[in-house]
Ligand binder design. Sequence first.
Ligand SMILES: C[S@@+](CC[C@H](N)C(=O)[O-])C[C@H]1O[C@@H](n2cnc3c(N)ncnc32)[C@H](O)[C@@H]1O
Length: 310
Amino acid sequence: MKEFLLPHLICPTCLPKEHRLELSVRRQTGDDIIDGSLRCPGCGRRFAIEDGVAILLPGAENEGHWRYEESETLNRYLWSHYADLHGADGNAAAIAAWAGALGRTGDISLDAGCSVGRIVFQLAAAGGPAVGCDLSLSFVKAARRLARDRRLKYSLPLEGNLRETFEIVLPETLPSDHVEFVVADALRLPFAKGSFGQVSSLNVLDRVSYPLAHLYEMNRVSRERDARFLLASPFSWTSSDIPEERWLGGTATGPYAGRAVDNLRALLEGKGKVLAPPWRIAEAISVQWHMRSHRNHCETFTSDTLLAVR
Ligand SMILES: C[S@@+](CC[C@H](N)C(=O)[O-])C[C@H]1O[C@@H](n2cnc3c(N)ncnc32)[C@H](O)[C@@H]1O
C-alpha cells in the first residue's frame, strides 16, 4: 500500500465515527508498504497489509467467497477494461466516454467497485493520485500487479477449449506511480469525509446490496465543494442480488418508483436531503460496453451515466 493513502484512511468498522488508522510497517519498498497492519485506535481492530494489499473490510461477513473471485471472471474483466490496449476494439468507446467526463484535477480521486482498475489509471491520467477499491481480492491483486509491472498476460476462450492469450501493456499516457488499489466495501468506505475531489462509481450501484448506502458513502467521501461524481449503471435490478424495497428504480410503487436515472438525478440534486450539499447534473449520456465470453460471443450493456458537480 502506497504511503500517500495513509492520511485518508479511517476505520470502516467504526463508521459513522471516523477514526484515523495507525500504521505499523514490517516490510517496505520505497513508498510501498509490503507487509504491515493498520490499527484503529477506537475499536482496536487491525487491518492487514499483505503482499502490498490493504484489506480494509468492515467485518467478517464479506471475507468469505465472493463471486467475482473466479479466474474466468477476472479474465473477462481484464478484457473488458484493457482489450483496446492490445489491438481489439473492446470497450474503447465506453472508456473514452467515461474518461472524457472526468475533470482534469491535481486532487486525489477514487473509483469505487473498480474491478481490475482501468478507470483508476484514467483518473491518474487526469492528474493527481488515484485510488480504486473493490471487494474482490483477485481483482485488486491483478490491478496492483499491472500498476507495478505495467504489463500483464491473461487468456480467454477462443472457441470451446481453445484459448487466446493477450498481453496488456500500459501506454505512457496511463501513469501508475500514484495509483493504489485496496480491498474495501463500497457500502462502508475506509476513507475520511471529504477526502476526494473526484469520485466514480461505474456499474456498481445495481451490484451492491444497499444502493442508497453506496450513494451516501460516495457523497460522504467527496469534497463539499469543487467535487465531481461520475455515476453509471445499466440498472439491472434483480431481487436475488438486492431486495426490491432497496432498488432505486424499476418498480411501480414506493419512494423510488419509476426510472432509476430520474430518481438519481433528484437524489443528487438534493431531494430528501439524503445527499448534501446538493450536486448539479452537468452531463447525462448513455454508454454502451461489452463483456466477452469467447471470440464470437459478447454481451452488450447500456449504462445511463450522470456527471454531477458541486
Ligand atoms: C459489474 S462490476 C463493474 C466493475 C467496473 N466498475 C466496471 O465498470 O467495469 C461490479 C464491481 O463491483 C464490485 N463490488 C460489488 N459489490 C461491492 C461492494 N460492496 N464493495 C466494493 N466493490 C463491490 C465487484 O467486485 C465488481 O468488481
